[in-house]
Design a protein around this ligand. Structure first.
Ligand code: ZN
Length: 283
C-alpha cells in the first residue's frame, strides 16, 4: 500500500478567489502571491494518485492568518474524506494561537472523523517559549485524549530561501521537543534536517527514543537523497513517512526518486505506506 503523508488541497471556491485571498490573508499572500505556487483541488489529486498508483493520501490545509478561513477549509477536507474514504485521510488546519479554544475545536474535529491536524505553521507573533511551555503541552494533552496526530512545517536554519520556508518549527524547537517534552509530532520536510545530527551520539540516541516522526515533503528541493538512505540506516525505517508536498512536487516523479533509494525493500515498504498504516491505525 502506497500512502502519501503530505498533500495540500483547496476548495474550488478558494481556488476561484485566489486574488481576493492574496489581498485578505497575510499568510496566504506570502506563498500564493507567486503565480508559480500551485493550488490543487480533490480532482487534481485523485488524477495524480491514479497516474502514480498511490492508494491513499493525507490531505492537509493551510495555516491561515485570519481565523475565519479555518472552518470552511476543514469542512472541505472532511467532505472529501467522506466522499473518498478509501483514498483520502484528512488532517485539517488548526488555529493554535488561542489555546483556550483548542479543546472544543479538536473534539469537534474528532467527532467529524478527522485523523489529525496540519500542516501547522507557527505564527510570527508566537514566541518559542510560549509555544513550547504553553501552547504545545495544552495541544498535546487534548490531541492525545482523542488519539489524533499533528503535522508541523519545519524550517531548516541554513540553505536557500524560498516562499514558505519560514514559520516552521525551528531546529532548536525540534531539539527541545525531543530532549525535554517528547510530543508525538510529524515533523515535515525531514525535521528541519535534525536527522543529520545523527553523528552526535547523544542526539542520535534521543531521536531514536523520541516519539517524533519525519516526513519527506519537498525532499528533492532541499536534500541529497543519500542523507535519507543514511538516516533510514541509522534510525531504522519506522521513523520516516514518504510525503510529496503535492501539488508543489509531482507525486509520480517523487515516487521514482523514493524507488531509487538504496534501502531494503522492507524499509521502502515502511517508508511508502506501512508505517502510516500502523501510526494511524488504518487497518
Ligand atoms: Zn511545509
Amino acid at each position: 500500500m502506497i500512502i502519501d503523508a503530505h498533500t495540500h488541497l483547496f476548495s474550488d471556491e478558494q481556488i476561484n478567489k485566489r486574488d481576493l485571498l492574496i489581498r485578505n490573508d497575510e499568510n496566504f499572500n506570502s506563498i500564493y502571491s507567486s503565480p508559480d505556487a500551485k493550488m490543487a483541488n480533490v480532482e487534481d489529486l485523485l488524477e495524480s494518485m491514479y497516474q502514480a498508483k498511490i492508494d491513499m493520501s493525507i490531505i492537509m490545509g493551510f495555516q491561515w492568518k485570519e481565523k475565519s478561513h479555518y472552518d470552511s477549509h476543514a469542512k472541505y477536507l472532511i467532505s472529501q474524506q467522506q466522499n473518498y474514504p478509501d483514498k483520502l485521510i484528512s488532517f485539517v488546519p488548526l488555529y493554535i494561537n488561542n489555546f483556550n479554544e483548542i479543546k472544543m475545536k479538536i473534539e469537534d474535529m474528532h467527532k467529524a472523523g478527522v485523523k489529525g491536524f496540519g500542516e501547522i505553521r507557527i505564527d510570527n507573533e508566537i514566541k518559542e517559549k510560549t509555544l513550547l511551555d504553553k501552547i504545545l503541552p495544552e495541544l498535546f494533552h487534548v490531541i492525545n485524549m482523542f488519539d489524533m496526530k499533528i503535522n508541523f512545517h519545519t524550517s531548516e536554519p541554513v540553505g536557500h530561501y524560498y516562499p514558505g520556508k519560514e514559520n516552521g518549527l525551528t531546529l532548536s524547537s525540534i531539539w527541545k521537543i525531543i530532549n525535554s517534552f517528547d510530543f508525538d509530532i510529524i515533523a515535515s520536510h525531514f525535521g528541519a534536517g535534525i536527522p543529520i545530527y545523527q553523528f552526535m551520539p547523544f542526539v542520535k540516541k534521543k531521536i531514536q527514543e523520541s516519539k517524533m516522526h519525519f516526513d519527506t515533503a519537498a525532499f528533492s528541493l532541499l536534500y541529497d537523497s543519500r542523507i535519507l538512505e543514511l538516516a533510514i540506516e541509522s534510525f531504522g525505517s519506522k521513523k520516516f513517512f514518504w510525503g510529496s508536498d503535492f501539488p508543489l512536487i509531482n507525486q509520480s516523479t517523487d515516487l521514482i526518486l523514493m524507488n531509487k533509494l538504496n534501502i531494503t525493500q522492507k524499509s521502502r515498504n515502511d517508508l511508502l505506506g506501512n508505517n502510516l498504516i500502523h501510526y494511524l491505525n488504518l487497518s
